[in-house]
Design a protein around this ligand. Structure first.
Ligand SMILES: O=C(O)CCC(=O)C(=O)O
Length: 368
């Protein structure tokens, strides 16, 4: 079994899920088996609703129409699919292609980039450092892109040869899209177009990171998850999923809804920091990933975050005597540290931040 040479700060030797999958074993190790209530088909999880999908927003519609549709999606779902977003389809294909190419490299090449919990940059196979924790059926690659002082070129893979150039071009296009989305989200809230961006410390200071998730085929997909239920700690996430293979599930009114991806769309979701800035008018929402026995799946998540040393707090325009501030100011550096120690835990982390969580209207339940 492929184990990293050292533990690299992890509490146990690192096992690559891709190596487990490729071993051809008919069962998965106990470490990946979830308690019955957390399994994909558990009846206690008010399961998979058929025939509904997250909203689709046409980014080429008139500014007022797009803002109203985005605002409704962010309030009701915390998720939407953005179509006609302006990022060229050929670039999406190249981005998927280079990262598939990375995961197809021999294990000894990938191991050179093995990550540690200090920054998570590089090739990884777990989130969180709890010894003995149940693990997810997935490997990933995590990178910082912005601000420039956080970019560590030596942590970016050298193979395939065009991976670096493609990832730079892709993340720059997605960053621009995030800036547009921040403006559209602000207009949808009825505040000035630049207000959300200002609350994040402006465009220059904003953080951009990329996590490429690779979910290998799994011999017992009903017992495990590709990624445990979590809300995203940052500002917003722009996700490029596999057009052919479903896997993402979003929690909506207590049930798990499986996202049916529109080919070429981005899936956009509200993160915890936008929930804080909007005083919970827009809500980050739990999501998770299920895996399958027939096909591997790849997704590319781009995280758009506030400047990391800036205290983030509800916008004054969104605070009133009827709706007092639900959160005390906290920097994203402090929040991220807290999340990284614990790994994915439903929505419990942002809800704990709320000064008066019980008063949040429409608060979703906490599962973990
Ligand atoms: O792979 C997916 O569809 C979701 C990935 C995700 O939720 C994440 O990277 O935070």
């Amino acid at each position: 079994m492929a184990e990293a040479a050292g533990d690299g700060g992890w509490p146990e030797p690192v096992v690559r899920v891709q190596a487990l999958s490729e071993s051809g074993a008919a069962t998965i190790p106990d470490r990946y088996v979830r308690p019955e209530t957390e399994r994909p088909s558990s009846s206690s999880e008010a399961n998979a609703v058929a025939n509904i999908n997250i909203p689709v927003v046409d980014m080429s519609s008139s500014p007022g129409t797009a803002a109203a549709a985005v605002a409704e999606a962010c309030r009701e779902w915390g998720f939407f699919q953005a179509v006609n977003h302006g990022v060229p389809a050929a670039l999406l294909r190249r981005a998927r292609g280079v990262w598939r190419g990375f995961f197809q490299q021999p294990m000894e090449v990938k191991q050179r980039y093995g990550n540690s919990p200090a920054t998570y940059e590089g090739y990884g196979s777990r989130l969180g450092v709890d010894k003995g924790a149940i693990l997810d059926w997935g490997d990933y690659y995590f990178l910082h892109v912005r601000p420039p002082h956080l970019l560590s070129p030596h942590k970016w893979p050298h193979l395939p040869p065009d991976l670096r150039e493609t990832t730079t071009e892709y993340s720059e296009e997605v960053r621009r899209l995030c800036e547009r989305l921040m403006a559209v989200m602000a207009v949808g809230l009825g505040v000035e177009e630049g207000r959300l961006q200002e609350a994040f410390g402006g465009g220059e200071g904003a953080g951009v990171c990329v996590r490429v998730n690779y979910y290998p085929r799994c011999p017992q997909p009903d017992l495990t998850l590709g990624l445990s239920s979590h809300s995203d700690p940052g500002g917003m996430t722009v996700l490029l999923v596999d057009d052919r293979v479903k896997g993402l599930q979003v929690r909506h009114t207590g049930a798990w809804v499986t996202v049916d991806p529109v080919p070429g769309a981005f899936i956009v979701n509200v993160g915890d920091q936008i929930q804080v800035v909007t005083n919970a008018l827009y809500r980050s929402v739990e999501h998770r990933v299920v895996v399958n026995a027939a096909e591997e799946r790849l997704s590319i998540a781009t995280f758009y975050n506030p400047r990391s040393d800036l205290p983030v707090a509800p916008l004054p325009e969104l605070v009133s005597p009827e709706r007092p501030p639900l959160y005390s100011p906290m920097t994203f550096d402090d929040y991220r540290l807290y999340i990284r120690r614990n790994g994915p835990r439903g929505k419990s982390q942002v809800d704990r931040l709320a000064a008066a969580a019980a008063t949040i209207p429409n608060s979703t339940t906490t599962t973990q």
